[in-house]
Design a protein around this ligand. Structure first.
Ligand SMILES: Cc1cc2nc3c(=O)[nH]c(=O)nc-3n(C[C@H](O)[C@H](O)[C@H](O)COP(=O)(O)OP(=O)(O)OC[C@H]3O[C@@H](n4cnc5c(N)ncnc54)[C@H](O)[C@@H]3O)c2cc1C
Length: 308
């Protein structure tokens, strides 16, 4: 089926989502780089997601799911396929029991933490400063300050690649460091239920403010980035290795190793994905040459290289 027909079908059959074509991914990633996605669906409901997955499967058209694009690097040639973006409309956070809440995959972590604070529920303060969505946090098992998403997940609602509905317990999610069964099986997270503890809203708010203050002090939040580029290698810290290799401030075009936190690569304005990728390659080579440690990217690299 020609692409134009798929776009037509999506536009006619989605209950509430928006369909865009040739949409620059730089607008949808915190790195602010990346070429166009052939098709993008801003999904505002579970039905939008299910319908899009079903149509893409029917037409054998590739698709990927993104949240806030805060852990991805999209190459300059963009994405040949459909990007399903968890839109603002798919972001409810509601109580689901005395000490529990259910959140749609598109809920932003900071809004989620704020709602829990208002409900007097503690335990998710660490997630507030992670600039992604609940779907991305569950998929990546995002974590900070000694806690991980898996610590508070009770159950997850998802679709498998065939579009079948799944309900998984925390144990069934196979969480480990920045990893989950969802990532292994490329599941689509629809939402998750979280088990929290009763707490005092003012104390919870103070903890969130403290953690976010620490972030502002230590991370280059004034520049676009995708957070820590590399996974923590066993027995080491990526940022320390990069710093010890004298790479703080190293630059390819407008992509630069942050002076404030060597684990971050920042976009100083006009970086291309190719600049970031070249800087990643140089860091990996130099760190391996000096310390014999292979740095693996935590950031997910997607899409096609630009045609030269
Ligand atoms: C300034 C900064 C600070 C950061 N600090 C931290 C930190 O402290 N700890 C940490 O762990 N991370 C951190 N990150 C990285 C990032 O925010 C997290 O990995 C976050 O969980 C990604 O969520 P997202 O919604 O942006 O996912 P995206 O970047 O949109 O996607 C990431 C991956 O998850 C998949 N995905 C997203 N949503 C879904 C879904 N609903 N269903 C299926 N798959 C999905 C995507 O396909 C992709 O493979 C930071 C990033 C930045 C820019």
């Amino acid at each position: 089926m020609p692409l134009i027909d798929l776009i037509d079908k999506l536009q006619q059959s989605l209950p509430s989502g928006t369909v865009l074509t040739g949409e620059p991914m730089a607008r949808h990633t915190t790195f602010r780089v990346g070429g166009p996605a052939d098709v993008m669906v801003l999904a505002d409901s579970g039905a939008d997601i299910q319908k899009t997955v079903a149509l893409c499967r029917e037409e054998n058209y590739p698709f990927i799911i993104l949240g806030n694009g805060s852990n991805v690097l999209v190459r300059d040639g963009g994405i040949r396929g459909c990007v399903i973006l968890m839109g603002e409309g798919y972001s409810c956070v509601v109580p689901s029991g005395e000490d529990a809440v259910y959140a749609h995959a598109g809920a932003r972590n900071n809004r989620f933490a704020e709602t829990c604070m208002e409900l007097g529920l503690a335990g998710c303060e660490f997630i507030s400063g992670i600039p992604g969505t609940i779907g991305g946090a569950v998929f990546m098992n995002a974590g900070a300050y000694g806690s991980e998403t898996s610590d508070i997940v009770k159950a997850v609602r998802a679709l498998d690649r065939e579009g079948n509905f799944l309900e998984l317990t925390r144990e069934e999610m196979g969480f480990s460091y920045r990893h989950s069964l969802a990532a292994e099986r490329e599941m689509i997270i629809l939402g998750a239920e979280f088990q929290l503890k009763k707490g005092n809203p003012a104390e919870i708010a103070a903890r969130i403010a403290d953690l976010n203050g620490r972030r502002r002090d230590r991370q280059p939040l004034e520049y676009p980035s995708a957070g820590s580029v590399f996974k923590r290698p066993l027995g080491h810290f990526a940022a320390k290795l990069i710093d010890d290799a004298g790479l703080k401030g190293a630059r390819v075009g407008d992509a630069q190793v942050s002076e404030k936190h060597a684990g971050f690569i920042i976009n100083r304005g006009a970086a291309a994905a190719a600049d970031v990728l070249e800087l990643i390659r140089r860091i990996q080579n130099i760190v391996f040459g000096m310390f014999g440690v292979r740095l693996e990217t935590e950031v997910r690299i997607l899409g096609e290289e630009a045609l030269s």
